[in-house]
Design a protein around this ligand. Sequence first.
Ligand SMILES: [Zn+2]
Ligand SMILES: [Zn+2]
Length: 89
Amino acid sequence: MTTPYNGKKRCFGEYKCPQCNRKWMSANSWANYGQECTQCRINVMPHKQTPLEKPKGLDKSDPKKKHPMELCQKCKQLGVYCGSTYSYH
Ligand SMILES: [Zn+2]
Ligand SMILES: [Zn+2]
């Protein structure tokens, strides 16, 4: 297990790049999948993950905001937008 969350659902993840210390958040965060830092192009695992069902007021993500598929490991593996496959589930 490489991520705090280990379930099958999409969750909210917080990432911090160990190289440039850039921080970002994603509402398309998955267990055992990371996202790439846009600057360093290295895969970063989320250090914190929260279920989407329980927002704690920290969720500043915009669901309409474009998901950076080219940075998302899950999208790359699926070849399609990872959030859409979940909704078809
Ligand atoms: Zn970086
Ligand atoms: Zn994705």
